[in-house]
Design a protein around this ligand. Structure first.
Ligand code: WT7
Length: 652
């Protein structure tokens, strides 16, 4: 091991361990023996799990992998996703159980029981049929976080239409390209939704997109905000068409491989990829992982995933997994700082949320806002916390566990992707002695690994690329309309292995640490240094709330490390100036070794992020290399780069 590798593995020598609370371990849904059982007979394990679902026709074969990388799971089986998520719970006498506690941003609420959900989904399914939508057609959904969003998805699933949800923050152009690629027949939207106290305009964006799409036959519009909207020929109001429909509809069984949905991943370059998920295997892995990773007890838990349903996290862990398991969930429409920065904790207190799932970017924002805010609320109902979306820095993990989880709840760091459909690598809350910052190991039935550039499994202590060795039930089946690109993107880098595009390390115990996208690795004086490691070192300084690190071209070292830092709310004036920058540079050097010492540290008020919360390092690289700033259209907040340039006049 070279000197720099040695020092860089310091971060992985994180010694803190958090074992499951004894009561949770004793009553956990999934115990340690599941790993062993699944390892002995992986397909047998999934076959057994398949009994979590109600099949109209039992499958003949668990997996057909005769034509890799095109998988077929539960071959010959038939089931209906909406029936599994709704009707069967009603039939089992749980119709009065709450499926969703919905909380609008202005404070209005709606409660939907499973019986309510059944009649709403049936009416919507009948309306889709009346509007000419048939099995196999595609429906675009561009809605805010209101109950009609899951209702629309389930209505599609019920009749076998393939939905494509487009996140409500995307532009008309982004919506148009997705509608065109999927050749959607119908768009479901609303007059708007509430964000930061104001109604957003979704309908205007849909009108702009639809004007240029040849395939759309109708636009189905939900009234949410009551704002005036333009009415066009293709428009029909939800309250006119859906409300008058019959509440009866018999769900039609679908083939296990019937296309359930397409979800476009932004992709850093090129045309967005339409990730295709199908029916049986997808629903099964959502249900199993939701049960296993969150230890979901449907009778007593109140579950809340704060993601937007427009992302895969919302598809799998607000809609499909939780409903398949008969959970009671919270859905919140708005932003975390409306009307004040305690809104999320207020929701947890109000509904007595026991399982909470969010993203590191949100956690770091709360750290920045200060510990005193969550301290004002009673968060004692919480018993499991989850994280997803990017590597969670150890300090953010510790903060989350301490200030939200009362230093008692397990935190599960769940690694997966739009493409994987469901969680792949994660601690189990009743089994794993978790390490802050590590996703730990593959779930039972999943075979993920870290390989070197030759595709060889790295030994413990080694680093390389994240791959998956064996097909899994909720894997993407292809990129919509582009099998070639599917093969090229995911299955060509290493023979027979799924290439996830993430860098990762195995520690001495063989536990896995995700290091971000492989394109986020810097090459400094011939050493590979991951942006995540330097960011985590910076965030471990008590005065740093958040940081983003990029490699900037450097005449001497090839690339040099440039760090952007948001100081903590309470750090005050002392954070300005050269002394503080030096303090941070020394801090990183001490944590990771001199090779990882940033050349330059810039204090900024905000960081540029995509709408799903991922840092856009490309723009920061422009700043670091003193170029004019590139395309900012996919930024969540387009003013952030102006704020940064103002603060750093030299970088303009
Ligand atoms: C990428 C996938 C999975 C739902 C949300 C994002 C990163 C995700 C983790 C984690 C480290 C993570 C990876 C992955 N990522 N979870 N726990 N630790 N990195 O879905 O937009 O498809 O992004 O997010 O880089 O490849 P997505």
């Amino acid at each position: 091991m070279s000197q720099s590798q040695e020092t860089l593995s310091n971060l992985l020598q994180e010694t803190r361990r958090f074992s499951p609370p004894a009561d949770l371990a004793a009553s956990a849904n999934v115990k340690a023996d599941a790993y062993e059982q699944a390892a002995q007979d992986r397909l047998g394990f999934w076959a057994e799990q398949a009994d979590r679902l109600s099949w109209s026709k039992r499958w003949d074969e668990v997996l057909d992998w005769s034509n890799p990388p095109f998988a077929k799971w539960f071959v010959g089986g038939e089931l209906n996703v909406a029936y599994n998520c709704v009707d069967r719970h009603v039939e089992a006498g749980r119709g009065a159980k709450v499926a969703f506690h919905w909380e609008g941003e202005p404070g209005d609420t709606r409660t939907l029981t499973y019986a309510d959900l059944q009649s709403e989904v049936n009416k919507a399914a009948n309306a889709l049929l009346e509007l000419g939508v048939r099995k196999g057609d595609r429906v675009a959904i561009y809605l805010p976080m209101i109950p009609e969003l899951p209702i629309s998805m389930l209505a599609c699933a019920r009749i076998g239409a393939t939905h494509s949800v487009v996140f409500g923050g995307f532009s008309a152009e982004a919506l148009r390209t997705r509608i065109d690629d999927a050749q959607a027949k119908l768009v479901i939207t609303s007059d708007g939704g509430f964000r930061r106290g104001k109604p957003s305009d979704l309908k205007g964006i849909v009108d702009e997109a639809v004007a240029q799409t040849p395939t759309i036959e109708h636009v189905l519009v939900v009234r949410r905000t009551g704002e005036q909207v333009a009415e066009n020929d293709l428009d029909v109001w939800w309250h006119d068409v859906v409300e008058r429909q019959s509440e009866d509809h018999t769900a039609e069984p679908m083939d296990s491989e019937h296309p359930l949905y397409i979800l476009y991943t932004s992709g850093t370059t090129g045309k967005p990829k339409g990730i295709l998920h199908t029916t049986g295997g997808y629903l099964l892995q959502c249900a199993y992982t939701h049960h296993a990773v969150f230890d979901l007890k449907p009778e007593t838990d109140i579950y809340w995933c704060s993601a937007d349903i427009g992302w895969v996290t919302g598809h799998s862990y607000i809609v499909y997994g939780p409903l398949a398991n008969g959970s009671t969930s919270v859905i919140y429409e708005g932003t975390p700082d409306t009307p004040n920065k305690g809104r999320w904790w207020d929701i947890i207190q109000k509904y007595k949320v026991s399982i909470f799932y969010t993203a590191p970017t949100a956690i770091r924002t709360f750290m920045k806002w200060g510990d005193d805010i969550p301290a004002e609320y009673d968060l004692s109902s919480l018993r499991v916390l989850g994280s997803v979306g990017e590597p969670i820095n150890p300090e953010a993990y510790i903060w989350y566990r301490k200030h939200i989880g009362s230093d008692r709840t397990p935190v599960v760091d769940t690694w997966w992707q739009t493409e994987t459909g469901a969680i792949m690598i994660s601690p189990l809350p009743g089994v794993t002695a978790a390490k802050p910052g590590a996703a730990m190991r593959s779930l039972p039935g999943i075979v993920a690994d870290v390989v070197d550039d030759q595709g060889q499994s790295v030994p413990n202590g080694g680093g390389g690329f994240m791959v998956v060795r064996e097909p899994w039930p909720s894997m993407l089946r292809t990129i919509w309309g582009d099998d070639e690109r599917y093969i090229k993107t995911y299955w060509s880098r290493f023979d027979g292995l799924y290439f996830a595009g993430d860098g990762a390390k195995k520690d001495e115990d063989g536990d896995m640490w995700l290091l971000g996208r492989v394109d986020d690795v810097m090459l400094v004086s011939g050493h590979n240094i991951s942006t995540t490691e330097v960011e985590s070192a910076l965030v471990s300084h008590p005065k740093v709330a958040e940081s983003a690190v990029v490699g900037a071209t450097d005449p001497v070292t090839g690339q040099a490390i440039v760090a952007f830092v948001i100081p903590r709310g309470s750090a005050g004036e002392e954070v300005e100036g050269a002394d503080f920058a030096k303090e941070l540079r020394d801090h990183v050097s001490k944590a990771l070794g001199p090779i990882a010492k940033p050349r330059q540290i810039m204090m900024v008020p905000e960081l540029p992020k995509t709408r799903s919360g991922k840092i856009m390092r490309r723009l920061l690289r422009d700043v670091a290399e003193k170029r004019s700033i590139g395309d900012v259209t996919t930024l969540a907040d387009s003013t952030v780069m102006d704020l940064i340039s103002e603060k750093l006049p030299s970088a303009k």
